[in-house]
Every structure is written in structure tokens, then in C-alpha cells.
Design a protein around this ligand. Sequence first.
Ligand code: NAD
Length: 495
Amino acid sequence: MSTQHPLTPNRPAPAFLDQSHGHFIDGRDQPPAGGVHVPSIDPMTERTLTNIAVGDQQDVDLAVAAARRAFGSADWAGITPERRSRVLHQIADVMEANAEELATLDSLEMGGPFVGTRWMVHHTVEVFRHAAGWPTRIYGTTAPSAPTQLKYTTRRPLGVVVAIASWNGPMLQMGYKVAPALATGNTVVAKPSEQSSLSWLRLTQLIHEHTDLPDGVLNVVTGPGPTTGELLITHPDVDKVSFTGSTAVGKHVLEASKDSLKRVTLELGGKSPVIVLDDADLNEAAASAALGYLAGSGQGCVAGSRILVQESVREEFTRLLTEQLANWSKAMGDPFEATTVMGPLASRAHYEKVTGYIDLARSLGAEVITAETDENDLFVGPTLVTGLDNSSRVAQEEIFGPVAVLLSFDDAAEAVRIANDTRYGLAATVYTNNLAEAHRMAERLQAGTVWINGGHDMSTGPLPFGGMKESGIGREHGPDVIDAYTETKAVVINL
Ligand code: NAD
């Protein structure tokens, strides 16, 4: 692996990169049946970091069979809730002890600043600790029964869960699925994105070295979505697909689930509105709105990429926001520098998609503020588009880069109307000092999460997270995971 790059002479090179990577099935590294690998690319240098295996039918069958066996095994189905809880804490411990390496792999593969990927690993640790509380708290009910009967319900795990994640937050997205699926007694075949598979491969290896998780309960199959992913979502012996990714592929997952009526959770795209009312603290709103769409270079599902400001304060707010963008520009660079908060975009194809939207905005006559780009290093700087209306493609389509559209409104009712005028419904943010108005707007905004006076709080363990409309189906986190990963069984005993 090359470690030389003009901006990054000292790229970290964890020893894991030098291993040959198969899938991880039934407790061991499993070379791909077809012997096919694809490169994993560092977007900062566009050089190959290592190769990952491509899962074919044989690999997928092997992984699903291992998960099915483990689901019925005495080692997993037969253990006490307390023991399952302990295993989840052990996984959290392993993750915590290896956080630097896991975050390094994520930053190398998808270019995210190390400060962010390290936070994501530690947050995933908290998600596992939260989930570790569930095994001992999943209750059934007793139903009103005749004196000659006893009617009750229990919650049963679903079986084999396929977990598919996007590339932009590898540890988090997969952790959000694996933690509750295991807590409720399911087994998992995980397929991380082909652009960021290494951290979950490494973590699964570490889990099997250092915890009591039985073989076959957690398996990882790597490979591209249209081939390996497709084999997983259509596999007849899979009970549930938990998917994080684009709305287009999410719809396809739903379609594919029809034959065997698989349960499906979909965490999909967004075009989230940020509403600034004229009584808000404009300095704070500008700082927070910048963070809300620039963190991770805007490659976040909840990015607040439509900024709606009340007309009476539009000029002042635009000036304050533009000042913020200048600060963020200075913090672009090598993901491993402590001061970097914006790294390169995750791939050349994605760079071209994002810069294509900036070109489109210009061609539509918009004013485009800042928008520094560097095709050598796949960098796109903080970009603000003004002068378009909410119906333009730039305001309606998910760009997934550091690009926001600034729109204006006259009153709260118009703000809500524009905010809801999208096919997405993932998140929304409101800045105002009028809490009664904030509450009324929170009720009317079509979004799975509404933040008031400060957005982008992804401390989601205890709070359900998910999307309305075309942003998804179902919720991750909070008590909703019980519905997502178990089914109710009714039992009638004739006495
Ligand atoms: P994507 O839909 O291209 O891919 C997501 C995952 O699906 C990848 O692992 C990919 O390999 C797999 N996949 C692709 N085609 C498949 C198929 N036919 N069958 C099975 N699997 C298939 O999305 P992406 O580019 O990786 O991620 C960006 C998208 O993810 C954005 O739309 C973003 O908003 C969304 N996202 C949503 C959330 C959320 O929680 N709502 C979180 C992060 C990202």
C-alpha cells in the first residue's frame, strides 16, 4: 500500500489492511467461493488500500445457513436473557478497546474526518450498551381469559436478519441494526457497503476472539449491492431485511421482500429543512445550520440541506452563515489532521455527482457562494445556493454533499408548507425563541425527528430514529426496536 501523498505523507496503515480478506462466516474467515475480490479505495489518494471479497450465491447460502443454525442453537436460543445482555456488553467493550483502529479504517475508506469516525465508534459503543438492557426487559402480556383458559403473549425473535448499510457511517449504521437484532435473540448476516466494509470485518473478527458470542450468530458477507446484496435480500431463508441506503434501492428492497413476506426496516434518504424564524438567535442559528449540513462534508442522511429563513432577516442571516462557511473552509483537509472537519468526498463518482449539482444550480441562474472544489483530491468546500425556489431539482433531490439551498418565507405557516413540500421526511430543525410556535411547528412538520434550537443531535440510542414518507419505513432505537426485531405470539391454554 502506498503511504505517499502530497497532502498526506503519513497515511496510517493498520496491519489489518495487509491481511487477505474473505467473508466472516460461522466464526471464521471464509475465502470467497468464486475467488473474486474488488479493491477498497482510499478517496484521499485514490489508491487501493486492500481488497475485499465478493460474495456469490455459495457464500450467501453458507452465511444464511450458519445464521439459521445458530438461531436454533442451544448456545444462542437456549441462553438466559442475562447472558445475552452480557455478550452485548462484551461487544461494546471490544469496540471501545479498539476504537482507534476501527475509526482509522473508516476514515481511510470513506475519507471522513477521524474526529467524526472516532465519535461514531464511541457512539456505537453506547448503542450496544443501551441494547444490552433489552434482553432482560422484553415482556409479554396476559390477556383477559375465561376461568377455564389462560391467554398470554410472548415476543419471539424473527430469525435470520440481513443488515445492509450505506457507506457514510459504517460503524454506526451497522451497529444500529446488529445491536437490537442480537439483543432480541435474532442472528445476523451483515453486508456493509462495498465502499466501507473493513471496520465491520475487523470488528467481527475481534468479537470472535474476545467475546462469548457463539459462532454463526453474527456473519459478515462483503461485496457490491447489485450482486451480493441482491442475493441476500432475495434469499428465501431470510426473515428480515434491515436496510440503510438510498430511497431508490430501499424501494427495490421492499419489492424484493414480497415473495416471502420478509419483514423490512428502511432507513433512506432525506432533504431535511432547517427553519430560521426572525426571533431566533441568528448567530447561533447560523453556526448550527452550517454544522447541520457540513458535518461529514454533507454526506449525512439528516443533512439540513434546505435552509428556510424568514424574509425579514434573510440578508443578515445569509451574511452570518457565509461567515460560518469561511471558517469551515479552513477546516478542510487530511481526515487524520486534528483540525479537519471536512475531508474529501467518498469517491470520484460521488464527487462528480455533487459537483454536477453545483453546475446545475449555476445553469439555473442561482448564485453559488464559495463552492471551492479540487478534483485532484475530491474536495468540495462549503457551498450555499441562493436564488432558486423549492421546486428546483437542486432543492428537491438529495445531493449528499456540502451543498445547501437557501429559501425564504414570510410566516410560520408558509415555512411549514415549503418544508413539507418534498418527497422526503427524515428530519427538520427549527430556530426560534417562541417555544409555543416551535411546538406547533414540530407537530406539523412531516419528519421523523424534529430538532428545536440546535440540530444534528444523533444521540439516538434511547430515542427512536427513522423517516416519514419516502425517507423510510420503521424506526431504529428506543422501544421501537422491539417491534422491529420481534413478533408477538399469542398462546391459549385450556385449563
Ligand atoms: P445505496 O442505496 O447505493 O447503497 C446502500 C447499501 O445497499 C450498500 O451496502 C449497497 O451495497 C447496497 N445495495 C445496493 N443495491 C442493492 C441491491 N440491489 N440489493 C441489496 N443491496 C443493495 O446508498 P449509499 O450510496 O451507500 O448511501 C447513501 C444513501 O444512504 C443516501 O440516500 C442517504 O441518505 C442514505 N442514508 C440513510 C440513513 C438513514 O438512517 N435514514 C443513514 C445513512 C445514509
